[in-house]
Ligand binder design. Structure first.
Ligand SMILES: [Zn+2]
Length: 371
């Protein structure tokens, strides 16, 4: 098999892009179309590092290849700078949904941090409303094109600021009006989830679903804090849970592994890992294992029975799509359609939706993969 220039691949005679998929870890400010950034920057009088869409796309990709999470996060200053009005937020959210639909995604969760979109004078509530407006326009536009898609918002607080309780209250206030969950993002190392205990207590009191970026730029201790302080139902990446595993012997396909208590808990409780292959490579999250995708502990975690899901993290920064991430895994680990279907079942089961709706997604996936 080979990945075509659009990032698609034909596997067992089927286009991967055409198959139903679920996208759980997908940042709004990491998914802007370069052409849209240029138009919005032009209108707002903002200077960009490149003014041609393909060159700007290439700039994002090269900045993101630095191997440092901090440098990678700097590219967001550019995308966030053009997302400071209600109209801009609505437009990028609409395009976010349309791009997912065109990639075969049937359900997505978009995460973004309202506190980063107040420079133009919007209130926190207005930012959430503007994004919701765009999501609904995108769902309707996709519907008209014959793609059925639904997208929920994950309201994100930043680890290095102190507004998490306010953001948690915002998320709960928008339950039933677009918000399906809460997340914390930003620099992980040095900013533990325990700093946000009040926000997590509030969310737990309100039975509001939480995912936490953890096990990306920091190791098992950060995952422990996400689970204990954050009561996280999913782990944003969580890839460094593999540091709590010790490979004892490896003979061909037979791997003997010793589990730490934390890894055993995450595996046995089926706490979903929002793994993002390209991003994990670019941010150095898998540096302990190697420098290529084939070194990613994705396959080890999958074979050991962890609930692995495949994600894009930031489509613009990594120049990727969910189809392309799956194709890269097929290339690295020779997965077949049954494996890819298993990842989609895991993601559907992990969605922050009522159980009936998750079951519907599972049915749609089973139907789509039944070829
Ligand atoms: Zn992320």
């Amino acid at each position: 098999m080979s990945i075509d220039p659009n990032g698609d691949v034909t596997i067992q005679g089927v286009s991967l892009r055409s198959l139903p998929k679920v996208s759980l870890h997908d940042h709004l400010d990491g998914a802007l179309r370069p052409a849209t950034i240029i138009e919005l920057a032009d209108a707002a009088g903002i200077e960009l590092p490149e003014t041609n869409a393909s060159k700007l796309g290439a700039w994002f990709r090269s900045q993101s290849d630095s191997g440092s999470l901090v440098k990678y996060l700097k590219t967001f200053d550019v995308s966030i700078s053009v997302m400071q009005t209600a109209a801009a937020l609505t437009r990028v959210s609409r395009e976010f949904v349309q791009d997912l639909a065109a990639d075969g995604v049937i359900y997505g969760e978009v995460r973004w941090a309202p506190e980063q979109h107040l420079a133009g004078g919007l209130t926190l509530e207005q930012t959430v409303e503007a994004v919701q407006q765009g999501i609904e326009e995108g769902e309707e536009a996709a519907d008209r094109d014959g793609h059925s898609i639904r997208v929920g918002q994950l309201i994100t607080a930043m680890r290095h600021t102190d507004r998490s309780l306010e953001i948690a209250e915002l998320a709960v206030a928008f339950r039933g009006r677009g918000a399906v969950g809460f997340d914390i993002a930003g620099p992980e190392d040095g900013f533990p989830a325990s700093n946000h205990r009040a926000a997590f207590d509030y969310l737990a009191d309100n039975f509001f679903p939480v995912t936490v970026h953890a096990g990306e730029a920091a190791g098992p201790d950060s995952i422990r804090s996400a689970l204990i302080d954050g009561r996280a139902l999913r782990l944003g990446h969580g890839v460094r849970i593999a540091e709590d595993l010790q490979v004892v012997t490896e003979e061909g396909d037979e791997v003997q592994v010793q589990f730490g208590d934390l890894a055993r808990w995450v595996r046995d409780r089926e706490i979903p890992l929002e793994l993002s292959p390209s991003s994990n490579l670019q941010t150095g999250a898998i540096a302990a294992w190697g420098k290529t995708l084939a070194d990613h502990p994705f396959d080890l975690l999958y074979q050991l029975g962890f609930s692995v899901t495949v994600n894009v993290d930031n489509r613009t920064m990594s120049g990727t799509s969910l189809t392309r991430e799956l194709a890269l895994l097929v290339e690295a680990f020779e997965y077949d359609l049954d494996d890819l279907e298993a990842f989609q079942f895991n993601a559907a089961s992990a969605a922050f939706l009522p159980v009936e709706e998750r079951e519907e997604l599972v049915e749609m996936i089973a139907e789509g993969f039944d070829i």
